[in-house]
Design a protein around this ligand. Structure first.
Ligand code: MN
Length: 247
């Protein structure tokens, strides 16, 4: 197995180290990740400036771009062959519900999926300084083993959220759907030392709907949450409704 590992927290983050070390149980690992934190980069590509690559040590490449750039760069340049699997993470912080659209962690898996490569995004559901990346990485290996054994359905990649628990204390994985959060849109206004106003986005933990079957519901109960995602954002149920509009 050839496995490519990336993330959006940057190549120096604890989560990617834990993930890369654990994935070595399954095959040859190449790490291609942003040279700094690029959380909430979403699915952005760098189009208007060149990209540079720095080999930190054997098989570990830092790119001065986004997670999506890293997947492209890794597959087209650094990896000797197309990888059998792309894994992204382990993100420091959950990627649940609507947040998947902001996430660079999830977007990296999405990019690999676009290229027809099996892909999984992993996130540790805590914003506290985490102690349990190693336990989460073992869960990541279990999920990756299932993907390797069973394959993924067409146009599907996995968004896996892992509760921050000591080894052995988390509950088994649940297959979930993407939940919904109630975004309050909190922006804090402050004044800088030179008397000018500045604004800070996303300073508050948003609320969410704790509905059974969702990723939020699973994580709130210390289950690992596995959500199959695809890129088709069409709201299929509304097609017949809109088809009745008179133009
Ligand atoms: Mn992140």
């Amino acid at each position: 197995m050839n496995i490519m590992v990336t993330n959006d927290d940057g190549i120096h983050a604890a989560g990617i180290r834990a993930l890369a070390e654990a994935m070595a149980q399954l095959g040859t690992v190449t790490v291609v990740a942003p040279d700094r934190e690029r959380s909430a980069a979403g699915h952005s590509l760098t189009l208007h400036s060149p990209l540079r690559v720095f080999e930190l040590h054997k098989g570990w490449y830092a790119v001065d771009g986004t997670p999506t750039d890293c997947v492209n760069m890794g597959i087209h340049n650094m990896l000797p062959v197309t990888p059998d699997l792309v894994v992204s993470g382990i993100n420091h912080g959950a990627n649940l519900g609507d947040d998947v659209t902001y996430s660079g962690t999830v977007a990296a898996a999405m990019e690999a999926n676009l290229m027809g490569i099996p892909a999984i995004a992993f996130s540790l559901a805590t914003f506290e300084p985490s102690l349990h990346f190693a336990a989460a990485a073992e869960i990541a290996v279990q999920v990756a083993r299932q993907v390797i054994a069973n394959g993924l359905p067409p146009d599907t990649f996995l968004n896996v959220n892992i509760p921050d628990c000591p080894p052995g204390s988390m509950l088994p994985p649940l297959i979930t759907r993407q939940g919904k959060r109630s975004f309050i849109g909190k922006i804090v206004d402050k004044t800088d030392p030179r008397g000018r106003k500045y604004f800070w986005v996303g300073s508050e933990e948003p609320n969410h709907n704790d509905e059974p079957g969702t990723d939020f519901h699973a994580i709130n109960r210390r289950h690992v949450s596995i959500t199959p995602l695809h890129l088709d954002l069409t709201n299929h149920k509304t097609l017949p409704i809109l088809a009745k509009w008179q133009f």
